[in-house]
Design a protein around this ligand. Structure first.
Ligand code: MN
Length: 355
């Protein structure tokens, strides 16, 4: 069923006349509009749906959002919305409870006469969990760029470089291959800094024997990639080796056993139990993974608190890690798509440890 039809069906269930789609990623998902200012009004029973934006995006919106009636706001967006709702008799309007700020809510209430607002969860959140064939193609393209960047960095990296120089090289490389921007701030954290799960690159110089944790990704036509590898420059010591093997074992168990019908929290437990049994339970302080798509973190989350039932077409990271203050940390992250029989690993980077 087309996405828009599903949203319309949802509007009937919720018994509202329209829903205001305000989050840019959701607007893009439904309409193809890439502008950063604007919103969609999806109506329950009218033939029309609207894209409201300003004059800067007129041409772009006409070209991208085919099938939507374009409305350009003049004085304020809120005033124009008020007029639109009145003109078409839209009296019960759903708004995105996760995105509308209190300030925006006040402005809406002030400008919308005789309109009742219903805070709801945007239906795109649920729809976006399952990726279409087209979305998977774009995700694979973003992933291919980061895989190539990892192979490149294996050749490039050597003692004497700063973390920032390594991060910059990754970023240049991904941009050259067509990545439009970084998926998030590139993490290069060496030695004891690797104990910071989100340690962005610093001016620390990497040395022989250091653990170097690199977590990076790019964006291709709106879709994100996310990859982590932890390497040792030179010979790993016994403890580095032992802990690396443990994290890899936990990840492999998940890749083997994750499948549709399993709950997100059960997938998390597969890795968490292995790490806990080895005595490092307290050192794995984050979720196993998260959905990836138009956003770097999206639903569902592979966390002990997410009971979502996994379904084919979900794209997730699997990224167990252990972090020990003063020593360092190890994380291994790959992206997978859930398939009818289990999962397919999308990231193809080798599990290299010793460089
Ligand atoms: Mn991640």
């Amino acid at each position: 069923m087309p996405k828009l039809t599903q949203v319309k069906k949802w509007l009937q269930e919720k018994e509202v006349d329209a829903f205001l789609i305000s989050k840019p990623e959701h607007c893009f998902y439904l309409s193809g509009f890439t502008g950063t200012s604007g919103c969609l009004v999806i109506t329950n029973s009218l033939e029309k749906n609207f894209l409201i934006t300003d004059f800067r995006y007129q041409e772009q919106a006409t070209e991208q959002a085919k099938g939507y009636d374009l409305v350009l706001w003049k004085e304020t967006l809120f005033q124009t919305l008020g007029e639109l709702f009145q003109q078409y008799g839209l009296k019960k309007v759903g708004i995105d409870q996760a995105e509308i700020t209190l300030a925006t809510y006040e402005k809406l209430k002030k400008n919308l006469v005789d309109v009742a607002l219903f805070p709801l969860s945007d239906p795109c959140v649920a729809l976006r969990k399952i990726k279409s064939i087209e979305e998977l193609k774009l995700l694979k393209k973003a992933i291919e760029i980061s895989d190539k960047a990892f192979l490149h960095i294996l050749e490039f990296i050597h003692p004497g470089l700063t973390e920032k120089e390594i991060a910059l090289e990754l970023e240049f490389f991904m941009r050259r291959l067509g990545g439009t921007k970084m998926a998030f701030e590139t993490i290069v954290a060496s030695k004891n800094r690797a104990a910071l799960p989100h340690g962005v690159a610093s001016s620390r110089v990497v040395q022989t024997g250091d653990l170097v944790l690199m977590d990076f990704g790019t964006v291709y036509q709106g879709y994100h990639s996310d990859l982590t590898r932890t390497i040792v420059l030179g010979e790993p010591d016994a403890l580095q080796e032992e802990r690396y093997k443990l994290v890899l074992k936990a990840q492999e168990a998940v890749l083997q056993e994750i499948q549709p019908g399993m709950r997100a929290c059960e997938a998390d437990a597969l890795a968490r139990n292995i790490i806990a049994e080895a005595g490092y339970g307290k050192n794995f302080g984050h979720s196993l993974g998260h959905g990836v798509g138009l956003e770097i973190h999206e639903s569902p989350s592979l966390s002990p608190r997410d009971a979502t039932i996994l379904e084919p077409g979900m794209v997730l990271t699997v990224e167990p890690g252990i972090y020990i203050s003063g020593w360092g940390g190890i994380r291994i992250e790959d992206m997978v798509v859930i398939t009818p029989g289990g999962c397919e690993r999308l990231t193809k980077s080798p599990q290299v440890f010793k460089v």
